[in-house]
Design a protein around this ligand. Structure first.
Ligand code: TRP
Length: 449
C-alpha cells in the first residue's frame, strides 16, 4: 500500500530533468513514467520541472538547450501528465530559485562541494591527463548541488524521486537545509529536510550494448523522435548472443527480455520468457519487443508531434505552471528574505504597498499560517510598519470575524495589564495583545481595514 495514502497531509513529491538531451526510452521508463504514476496517487502534491538552469552547466549550445526543453516538455505531456493536477514548470521561470540558490551558497561549506562526485570525477580526469586539477571546471559545475538544493527547498519537497547517481546531491540538500535552519530558523524550521526516493522496482533499462541506457554511452533507444521506424532501427541493433532460431535462449541474461519486461504485464513477460526458452529466434523476439513498446508509446506519438509543431501550446502550459509554482515561491521567498535580514518584517509581506511606498497606501491586515498550521494575522500601518501579530487560531473564519469586529469596535476605555499590554477582544476572545503605546496607531490602522 502506498504510504502517503495513509497520511492525511499532502506529500510533496518533486523532481526535475535537465534539459540537455532528447528523452530516450530509459528516461521514460526510469523517470517520467513512474513520476506520472506517483502524481496520480492520493495525497501526492507533485512538482515536476524542466531543469534548464542545470542544462547550462552541461551544454553551451543554445539551440540544443531550447530544443531539448521543447522535447522534454512535450514528452511529459504526451506521456499523460495531468498538468492541471500537478505543478509543471520551467526552473528559469521561477526567479526565486536562483535567489534562493545564492542564499544557500552563502551557508554552504566549500569543503562539502569539494566532495561532490561530479566535481571529483572532473578533477580525477584532469589528474590522469596531467593538467591543472580544475581545468575546464566552471563554478556552475562546482556549485551544481547548491542549485539542486534550491530547486528542492524552494518548495519544501518531502520526497525526491531520482536515480542512484543523485543520492549524494540529496544528502547535500539536507545538509544545506539543516545549516540554514540552524542559522536563520530562530527555533522554527524554515526548510523541510527532503528524503531521497529510489524506486527499486522501477526499471533501469539496458541500452543497445547492455550497459545502462544513457546518452553518454551512445546506446539509447529513442522514445518519440524518429517515430516507429527509428524505434525499430534501434531495436534491430540490440546486441544478442549467437544462438540460432530453435535453440533455447537464456531469457534472464538477455537485454531484450529486460526491455520487454519494462513494457509488459507479468503474464506477458512470462510468455515471452517461455517463448525465448523454447527457441524463439532473436529476429522474431525483436519484432515482438517492438510491438510491445509500440503498444504503449505509439498512442502518445501523435500528441507529441502535435506539441512539437505548436510550441506556443507548450509555452502556455509552462507559463500556467510557473504561475502556480510562484504562488508558493514568492511568499516563501518573502519569509526567507526576512529571515536572513534582507527585509524588515513589514516589508517582507506580499502586496505592492507593503513597504508603504506606493501612492495611497493603506493599513493592511495580512493573514497567514504559522509553523504549527494555525492561522494568524499581522497588522501593518499605512507606512508599512508592523503593528501587531495576532494570537494563533485553529479556525481562520473565527480569526477573520474577530478582526472585523475589532475594526468596528470602540477601543477607547480598554485597560492595559501589568505589563502594559492591552488585550484586544471581541466576543470575549483575545484577538491580539497590543502595547499601550501602540494603541493609537492600531486604532487608526484598524479603521482603514
Ligand atoms: N540533477 C538531476 C539529474 O541530473 C536533475 C535535477 C536538477 C533534479 N534539480 C533537481 C532532480 C531537483 C531532482 C530534484 O538527474
Amino acid at each position: 500500500m502506498n504510504p502517503s495514502a495513509k497520511s492525511p497531509a499532502q506529500t510533496r513529491v518533486l523532481t526535475g530533468i535537465t534539459t540537455s538531451g532528447t528523452p530516450h526510452l530509459g528516461n521514460y521508463a526510469g523517470a517520467i513514467r513512474p513520476a506520472i504514476q506517483s502524481s496520480t496517487e492520493p495525497g501526492v502534491d507533485a512538482f515536476f520541472f524542466l531543469a534548464d538552469f542545470h542544462a547550462l552547466i552541461k551544454c553551451a549550445d543554445p539551440a540544443r538547450v531550447a530544443q531539448s526543453r521543447m522535447e522534454i516538455a512535450a514528452t511529459w505531456i504526451a506521456a499523460g501528465l495531468d498538468t492541471d493536477r500537478v505543478t509543471f514548470y520551467r526552473q528559469s521561470d521561477v526567479p526565486e530559485i536562483p535567489e534562493l540558490c545564492w542564499m544557500l551558497t552563502c551557508v554552504t561549506a566549500k569543503g562539502l562541494m569539494n566532495r561532490a562526485h561530479a566535481y571529483k570525477a572532473s578533477v580525477d580526469a584532469n589528474a590522469l591527463k596531467g593538467v591543472d586539477p580544475d581545468d575546464g571546471v566552471t563554478m556552475g559545475l562546482f556549485s551544481y548541488p547548491v542549485l539542486m538544493a534550491a530547486d528542492i527547498l524552494m518548495f519544501n519537497a518531502h520526497r525526491v524521486p531520482v536515480g542512484r547517481d543523485q543520492i549524494q546531491h540529496l544528502e547535500m540538500a539536507r545538509d544545506i537545509a539543516q545549516r540554514f535552519n540552524h542559522q536563520y530558523g530562530r527555533g522554527t524550521d524554515l526548510f523541510v529536510l527532503p528524503e531521497v526516493q529510489i524506486d527499486e522496482d522501477v526499471a533501469t533499462l539496458p541500452g543497445l550494448d547492455g550497459r545502462k541506457m544513457s546518452k553518454s554511452y551512445n546506446n539509447t533507444i529513442p522514445l518519440f523522435e524518429g517515430g516507429a521506424r527509428a524505434l525499430k532501427a534501434a531495436v534491430a541493433q540490440i546486441v544478442t548472443d549467437s544462438r540460432l532460431p530453435g535453440e533455447p535462449k537464456d531469457a534472464e541474461s538477455s537485454h531484450l527480455y529486460t526491455l520487454y519486461r519494462a513494457f509488459a504485464s507479468t503474464q506477458q513477460a512470462a510468455q515471452f520468457r517461455a517463448a525465448l526458452e523454447g527457441g524463439l529466434g532473436w529476429g522474431d523476439a525483436k519484432q515482438a519487443l517492438c510491438e510491445q513498446i509500440e503498444a504503449q508509446i505509439g498512442p502518445m506519438r501523435a500528441q507529441y508531434a502535435d506539441l512539437m509543431d505548436h510550441p506556443d501550446r507548450v509555452e502556455a502550459i509552462l507559463q500556467a505552471g510557473a504561475e502556480k509554482a510562484r504562488r508558493v515561491a514568492v511568499p516563501f521567498m518573502d519569509r526567507l528574505r526576512e529571515a536572513v535580514g534582507l527585509r524588515q518584517p513589514a516589508m517582507a509581506t506580499k502586496g505592492k504597498n507593503a513597504a508603504g511606498t506606493g501612492k495611497g497606501s493603506k493599513a493592511r491586515l495580512v493573514s497567514f499560517r504559522d509553523e504549527d498550521g494555525r492561522f494568524r494575522q499581522r497588522l501593518f500601518a499605512a507606512d508599512g510598519a508592523e503593528l501587531l501579530l495576532s494570537e494563533p487560531f485553529a479556525d481562520p473564519k473565527l480569526l477573520n470575524r474577530l478582526s472585523r469586529q475589532l475594526a468596528q469596535a470602540d477601543l477607547s476605555g480598554v485597560q492595559a495589564d501589568a505589563q502594559g499590554l492591552i488585550s484586544l477582544e471581541a466576543d470575549g476572545q483575545c484577538w491580539a495583545r497590543c502595547p499601550v503605546a501602540a494603541l493609537e496607531q492600531v486604532r487608526q490602522a484598524l479603521a482603514q481595514i
